[in-house]
Write a protein that binds this ligand. Structure first.
Ligand code: ZN
Ligand code: ZN
Length: 197
């Protein structure tokens, strides 16, 4: 491109076009007047008038990038090239950082959710176990109560039995006493009966 222009000694950054004699400040803009075919590198925005020059540029500057297919040879190099582009363009870097942050946040959120879910499941299981334990305890308590009631009933029955036995014994005692007392009382009667018959 430089060969197309002649630098003027007098002015600052003034160039005369050797093709049309026009004096310009922006040689690149004027250059495209004569060479409208632009071959721009999509990775670093370098422009070339010939496609083989761009191909050569890419071969040395971006070895993994194929300008003919506009594709990368593999994902690794694609990532590297994206990183290279991101390094040159702040917005791309910001987007990459933002997407990375978003992905990290999403991963963190997913992990958090998973952990929370697991915690809830564990808690639910614990509650179920506790309920089961409580039920077991309740049934045990019921069994104990039933046993106590059974024991009480037995004790009561025994007591009642004892009482009745005592009563019976007492009655027997009374009867015996009566029987013992009776001969003196009854004897005359018996005698009377005996005599009467
Ligand atoms: Zn010109
Ligand atoms: Zn390039």
């Amino acid at each position: 491109m430089r060969l197309t222009f002649e630098r003027l000694s007098g002015g600052c950054n003034l160039h005369r076009c050797k093709l049309c004699g026009k004096v310009v400040t922006h040689i690149r803009n004027h250059y495209h007047v004569h060479f409208p075919g632009r071959f721009e590198c999509p990775l670093c925005r370098a422009t070339y008038t010939r496609s083989d020059n761009l191909r050569t540029h890419c071969k040395f500057k971006h070895p993994m990038y194929n300008p003919d297919t506009r594709k990368f040879d593999n994902l690794m190099s694609a990532a590297a090239a994206t990183a290279a582009v991101a390094a040159q363009s702040p917005t791309a870097t910001q987007i990459a950082a933002a997407s990375q942050a978003a992905m990290a946040a999403a991963a963190a959120a997913a992990a958090f959710n998973a952990a929370q879910q697991q915690q809830q499941q564990t808690q639910q299981q614990r509650e179920r176990e506790r309920e089961h334990h409580q039920q077991q305890q309740q049934s045990q308590a019921q069994q104990q109560l039933q046993q106590q009631a059974h024991n009480l009933t037995q004790q009561l029955q025994q007591h009642a039995h004892n009482l009745s036995q005592q009563q019976q014994q007492a009655l027997l005692g009374v009867q015996q006493q009566q029987q013992q007392q009776q001969p003196y009382q009854v004897l005359p009667h018996q005698q009377h009966n005996a005599t009467s018959e």
